[in-house]
Design a protein around this ligand. Structure first.
Ligand SMILES: Cc1cc2nc3c(=O)[nH]c(=O)nc-3n(C[C@H](O)[C@H](O)[C@H](O)COP(=O)(O)O)c2cc1C
Length: 298
């Protein structure tokens, strides 16, 4: 499958069939990942497979995931990284490579945040003290969901708490393509400076419209879609919104995920280049509630 199709097919899966995934399939995914390039290949990162999801579900329910709700899945993979400059972006980037590979194989996944009591979760998962636990990925065969995130429905209320995370209404029915809403390309791309919105024609003229269109389909915490890009000559600067609801850690993981989507698409289109995890010289009048995660250089 072409990467654009895989990106379109991916969605966060929160209901799984009660069917195990063959161990060899998971091993293949993890093995393929070892040969994939990260954003910082000098940083050691580990993807640990939990075959028996049931025990993790029991032990972690109440302490990880939105509202402390763990997504029930046959298996989980957790991501552990050395703590070095750029490790969060690198983890998001590689974690999402895993997600896309799994999607291509017909598997469902969902990122699960670890926001509260990370020490306890590290203890349960036996993560070494000097490493950071990035997150947990649910993995398995997707069950056909009829509602977006039905698991978060609150008793007696038709509107779920997820509404405040960007879902218009939890009762939204999925059709053939169950994906949650996204902002338009014109809402996330600026030309030369902050606030100077790019038109689709400007992006088409640069051969980049498709890359941004697909980039928007990247997952983000609570579907907050925190990205704004500034195209400045041969640099494409990625900025992300700081938000009271998320930590800097989550925002940097989201940055890595966004970098991956953009890079995969722009490479497919035939525009070479790479991400630099540094601030460019110019400031671009970026407001206080945004930060620069890095820039893509053609
Ligand atoms: C860092 C991160 C943490 C997330 N944590 C959770 C979580 O704990 N529970 C959950 O149901 N979804 C979680 N998600 C999934 C997002 O809610 C989802 O990506 C977003 O709503 C967009 O929907 P989509 O992935 O189906 O396109 C997380 C996503 C990211 C990137």
């Amino acid at each position: 499958m072409g990467i654009d199709k895989v990106i379109k097919d991916r969605r966060s899966v929160r209901e799984y069939k009660d069917k195990k995934v063959d161990k060899h399939i998971i091993q293949d995914i993890l093995e393929t990942l070892k040969s994939k390039k990260g954003l910082r290949d000098s940083i050691k990162i580990g993807f640990e497979f939990i075959e028996e999801g049931e025990e993790v579900y029991r032990n972690l329910d109440g302490i990880v995931g939105y509202f402390g709700k763990v997504i029930k899945a046959p298996h989980y993979i957790y991501i552990v990284s050395d703590i070095k400059d750029g490790y969060l972006e690198n983890s998001g980037y590689l974690g999402e490579k895993l997600v896309l590979k799994a999607t291509d194989l017909g598997l469902g996944t969902c990122w699960i945040e670890i926001a509260e009591d990370i020490g306890k979760v590290k203890e349960i998962l036996k993560v070494e003290e000097d490493k950071d636990l990035i997150g947990l990925l649910a993995i398995g065969y997707p069950r056909r969901e009829t509602k977006v995130g039905g698991m978060y429905n609150t008793r007696g209320k038709s509107i779920s708490p997820l509404t405040e995370f960007g879902y218009p209404n939890i009762d939204v029915q999925y059709s053939e393509q169950p994906v949650s809403g996204r902002v338009s390309v014109e809402d996330i791309v600026y030309l030369n400076n902050w606030g100077e919105r790019a038109k689709v024609e400007d992006l088409e003229h640069r051969g980049m419209a498709e890359a941004f269109y697909h980039m928007r389909l990247a997952p983000s915490w609570g579907n907050r879609q925190p990205w704004k890009f500034i195209i400045d000559g041969d640099k494409i600067v990625l900025t992300l919104c700081k938000d009271d609801r998320v930590s800097e850690k989550v925002a940097r993981i989201e940055a890595g995920i966004a970098m991956l989507y953009f890079e995969l698409m722009i490479h497919q289109i035939g525009i070479p280049g790479q991400w630099i995890l540094e601030k460019p010289e110019k400031h671009y009048d970026i407001p206080e509630n945004f930060f620069i995660a890095g820039y893509y250089t053609i």
